[in-house]
Design a binder for this molecule. Structure first.
Ligand SMILES: O=C[C@H](O)COP(=O)(O)O
Length: 266
């Protein structure tokens, strides 16, 4: 990958709220976040900042973003593989599209572990999102046991190969490398570990989708990202942003993470 291709990718700082904040709390949070970023946003017009609220908050956050013309992107945390019908509890990609969700997370390890979601299902969900023009953010990552047995990249690479095999459309997707052992643990991967796996994942994209897609695809790191460590990740040539969990629930901290360039030195 050349330096120039890395520069073509717009970095994205994404806040995955998980199952936190009701819709009233969501409104208050987004208002505070927009206020916190208002004086610096012009310095960050080449950085995308996105929030991923629970389903019940999407309408409220979308209305706020649209009414106040906020420079924030909106995403959902999951999507059904089906378009409509008798699927109690599911939320479809067309429904999310109506709410102006630009993105949807698929394959988060909490869903893989808690709901036995396979990489094939993750791929079908990603395909359903792409059908309506939503960009899927495909999460992959190894457990501590996987790391010990197979090293860092083997499991994420296999997960991505299987998920990408389900995509038929030639449409955008994002990959998030989230080592399970780093999520919520306060023990992030090192920037070098994140870079090594991100590089391996980009090679998977290259093999399956070709050079142009590989060079354009954003690959994020997630797992105990904070304002103290974000700069190290963002300096890596194959890391194009972060998927932030716990720290995205604190306005000031998430705002500091979004302003990572202040902390990046050559
Ligand atoms: O989706 C976000 C990840 O699970 C990371 O969560 P965390 O930042 O709380 O470790």
């Amino acid at each position: 990958m050349s330096e120039s291709s890395a520069q073509q990718r717009t970095p994205i700082i994404a806040g995955n709220w998980k199952m936190n904040f009701d819709h009233l709390q969501a409104i208050a949070f987004v208002q505070k976040l927009a206020w916190s970023l208002k004086d610096v946003r012009h310095d960050y017009n080449d950085v995308e900042i996105a929030v991923f609220p629970p389903f019940t908050d999407l309408r409220s956050v979308q209305t706020l973003i649209s009414a106040d013309k906020l420079s924030l992107s909106l995403g959902a945390q999951d999507v059904s593989e089906f378009e409509s019908g008798a699927y109690t509890g599911d939320v479809s990609a067309p429904m999310l599209k109506k709410l102006e969700s630009a993105y949807v997370i698929v394959g988060h390890s909490e869903r893989r572990a808690g709901y036995s979601e396979s990489s094939e299902l993750v791929g079908r969900k990603a395909a359903a999102a792409q059908t309506v023009g939503i960009v899927p953010l495909i999460c992959v990552g190894e457990t501590a046991e996987d790391l010990e047995e197979h090293g860092a990249s083997a499991v994420p690479v296999q997960q991505l190969i299987k998920a990408l095999a389900q995509l038929s459309a030639d449409a955008e997707f994002i990959v998030a490398y989230e080592p399970v052992w780093a999520i919520g643990s306060g023990e992030p991967a090192t920037p070098e570990q994140a870079e090594n796996v991100a590089k391996a994942l980009r090679e998977v994209v290259r093999e399956q989708k070709g050079d142009d897609v590989a060079n354009a695809t954003r690959i994020l790191y997630g797992g105990s990202v904070t304002s103290q460590n974000i700069a190290g990740f963002m300096k890596q040539p194959n890391v194009d942003g972060a998927l932030v969990g716990g720290a995205s629930l604190k306005v000031d901290e998430f705002s500091r993470i979004a302003q990572y360039k202040k902390h990046v030195t050559a």
